[in-house]
Design a protein around this ligand. Structure first.
Ligand SMILES: C[S@@+](CC[C@H](N)C(=O)[O-])C[C@H]1O[C@@H](n2cnc3c(N)ncnc32)[C@H](O)[C@@H]1O
Length: 501
C-alpha cells in the first residue's frame, strides 16, 4: 500500500504522549523488576508515528538518542519530515512506509513505541508489528504497545456499528465525520443506555480525528488481555507491565483477594480478571523479548532507586496534621484524593520542584522539610511512606523516572525560548510540548508571545508588542495589565522548560 487515504484526508492530532517517555517506561519496568536501557543514549523507534508530534520532542529532549518514526500516511509522514528539516534536528528521521515492510537494515532499538496502532490495523499488520518487535528489540529493550480492550469496549460496539451503518463509507473522511456528528444527535434522542449516552456526549466534543479513526476506522478490534498475552507468547515476547494509570495493588487485591506477594505466579490471570472487574477500555502494555529478564507485579520497595515529579494543585488549605482526604488536580484536570499528611507534604514538595524530579531520598527530606515548615502534627513514617507513594505513582498523580533532568530556568531579562518551542508555536497543526512531554494548551496570544522569544526583546518590549497585537484584534488592555499578563505567561513557559537560561 502506498499511503493511508483516511489519515491523509483527516490527519491524527499528533501530540506528545507522556506515557511513552522512555525514562518513564524504564521506571515502570524497574518497578516490575526489569532493568531497561539508558534513555539518553537509546535508539527509539515509533510505529505509526503520525506527523511525529510525540517522537520529535523526545528526540529533542534526548540529543544523544537516535529516533526513527515510521508512518504509512504520506501526508503525515511528509509533514513530520518537513518539520524535522526546518528544525534541523539531526537525531530523528520520519520515514514514509508500511511498518509491515520495514527496511531490514534499520537495526535494533532499545524502545519501540506503537501507540494507537495495534488494534487499528488488519491482522496481518498486527502479526508484523509483533514480529518486528521481536526482531528489532535489543536484548533488554522495551516495546510499548497500546490496544483497545474487549472488557470495556464491548458496551461501545453498538455505537461503532450504528455510526458505520449510518454514514457513507465512500465519503471523504471530513465529510463522513460531519455526517457522524448528525448521527450522534439522532442516537442521543433514540437511545437510553447511560454508558452509550455518556460516550456520545464525549464524542461530540472530541477531536474529529478521534471520532473518525476510533469509530469509523475500517479496523478497530478490541481484544482480551489473555488474547494479547497469548499473541505475545507466540511471537517469543513477554508482558512486563502496564504503562497506563491504575489503582495498583488495590485493584488486584479487589479482583483476586490476594496480596501482591502471593500473586506473582497468577499475575497474568489477575490482570485479565482486573479488566473484567473494571471494564477496562484501553491498555498500554510494556513488552520485552521472552529471553530478557524476569518481570513480576510492580513492587513499592523498588521506588527507592527512582526519582519522581508531579504538577498538582489543591484549592483548599492543605491539612498536614490529620489524615483528612483532600483533592489534588493535575493540569489535565484529573483529580487525586490524598489523605496521608506525609504524602500531602511530598506532593507539595514535588509540585514546587516541577519540572525537576526528586530522587526518593531527597523527596523524603523535602517532604519532612515541608512538614517542619508548617509545624505539622503528623510525621513521615519511613516504613509506611513507600507504600503510600506507590499508590500515587501507579495512578500517575506522581510520575516516576530514571532520569531526574528537566529544570525550569527563570525568564531572563531578554527571554529566549528554545528552537523547538518557537517552531511549534509558529506551525499550524503542531502543539507546543512542555517539559515532561505534556501538550500545552496555548491560545493564539500565548503562541504569538512564545514565537517572539528570540532573546532580543525585554519584557517591556514584549508587553508592548502584545498590546499592539491585541489592539489590532479588538482587545484594548491597560499597559500594567498587559505587562502582568506577559510576566505570568513567561513564568508558565519557564515552568514548562521552554526558556533557555
Ligand atoms: C490512531 S493513529 C495514532 C497516531 C499516533 N501514534 C498517536 O497516537 O498519536 C494510527 C497511526 O498509524 C498509522 N498506520 C496505520 N497502519 C500503518 C502501517 N501499516 N504502517 C505505518 N503506519 C501505519 C496511521 O496512518 C496513523 O497515523
Amino acid at each position: 500500500m502506498d499511503t493511508l487515504a483516511s489519515y491523509d484526508e483527516l490527519p491524527y492530532d499528533s501530540l506528545p504522549l507522556p506515557e511513552t517517555q522512555p525514562d518513564f517506561l524504564a521506571a515502570v519496568a524497574w518497578l516490575h523488576g526489569f532493568e531497561a536501557p539508558d534513555p539518553s543514549r537509546a535508539r527509539i523507534l515509533e510505529l505509526g508515528c503520525a506527523q511525529g508530534g510525540n517522537l520529535i520532542p523526545l528526540a529533542w529532549r534526548w540529543p544523544g538518542s537516535e529516533c526513527v518514526g515510521v508512518e504509512l500516511s504520506r501526508v503525515q509522514a511528509e509533514a513530520g519530515a518537513d518539520f524535522v528539516r526546518r528544525l534541523g534536528l539531526p537525531n530523528v528521521r520520519i520515514l514514509h512506509g508500511d511498518l509491515a515492510a520495514l527496511p531490514a537494515d534499520l537495526g535494533e532499538f532499545d524502545y519501540i513505541i506503537a501507540h494507537g496502532v495495534f488494534s487499528w490495523v488488519p491482522p496481518a499488520v498486527q502479526h508484523a508489528l509483533l514480529d518486528l518487535c521481536r526482531r528489532h528489540l535489543t536484548a533488554d529493550g522495551l516495546a510499548y504497545i497500546s490496544f483497545n480492550v474487549a472488557a470495556g469496549w464491548e458496551q461501545l460496539l453498538p455505537l461503532r456499528q450504528a455510526l458505520l451503518e449510518r454514514t457513507g463509507s465512500d465519503l471523504p473522511a471530513p465529510e463522513r465525520h460531519r455526517q457522524a456528528l448528525a448521527v450522534l444527535d439522532t442516537l442521543q434522542r433514540e437511545w437510553s443506555d447511560p454508558a452509550l449516552l455518556k460516550e456520545i456526549a464525549y464524542l461530540k466534543t472530541a477531536a474529529p480525528s478521534y471520532l473518525f479513526h476510533e469509530y469509523l476506522a475500517e479496523f478497530n478490534a478490541p481484544m482480551t488481555f489473555a488474547d494479547f498475552a497469548a499473541r505475545l507468547e507466540s511471537h517469543a515476547l513477554r508482558y512486563v507491565g502496564e504503562a497506563g494509570p491504575r489503582s495498583a495493588v488495590v485493584e488486584l487485591e479487589d479482583a483476586w483477594g490476594l496480596a501482591p506477594e502471593g500473586m506473582a505466579g497468577r499475575w497474568l490471570d489477575a490482570e485479565a480478571a482486573l479488566d473484567a472487574a473494571l471494564a477496562t477500555r484501553f491498555r498500554r502494555a510494556l513488552v520485552c523479548r521472552d529471553d530478557a529478564g524476569f518481570a513480576q507485579p510492580a513492587r513499592a520497595d523498588r521506588l527507592e532507586s527512582l526519582a519522581f515529579y508531579a504538577d498538582l494543585a489543591c484549592d483548599e488549605d492543605i491539612d498536614l496534621d490529620a489524615a483528612i482526604g483532600q483533592h489534588f488536580v493535575n493540569p489535565a484536570g484529573n483529580t487525586f484524593p490524598v489523605s496521608d499528611p506525609a504524602l500531602k507534604a511530598a506532593v507539595i514538595a514535588l509540585s514546587a520542584a516541577y519540572p525537576g524530579a526528586l530522587p526518593f531520598r531527597e523527596l523524603v527530606s523535602a517532604a519532612r522539610g515541608v512538614m517542619d515548615e508548617f509545624s505539622a502534627a503528623a510525621s513521615l513514617e519511613e516504613g509506611a511512606f513507600p507504600e503510600a507513594l506507590f499508590q500515587l505513582v501507579m495512578s500517575h498523580a506522581v510520575m516516576p523516572t530514571v532520569a531526574a533532568g528537566a529544570h525550569a530556568s527563570q525568564p531572563a531579562e531578554r527571554p529566549c525560548a528554545h528552537a523547538l518551542a518557537r517552531l511549534q508555536a509558529t506551525s499550524a497543526n503542531w502543539v507546543v510540548s512542555g517539559a515532561r512531554h505534556v501538550a500545552m494548551d496555548l491560545d493564539p496570544a500565548g503562541r504569538a508571545l512564545l514565537a517572539m522569544l528570540d532573546g532580543s526583546r525585554t519584557v517591556e518590549d514584549l508587553a508592548l508588542a502584545m498590546q499592539d497585537m491585541l489592539r489590532e484584534a479588538g482587545t484594548v488592555l491597560p499597559r500594567e495589565t498587559i505587562v502582568e499578563l506577559t510576566r505570568r505567561q513567561l513564568w508558565l513557559f519557564a515552568r514548562q522548560g521552554l526558556l533557555t537560561a
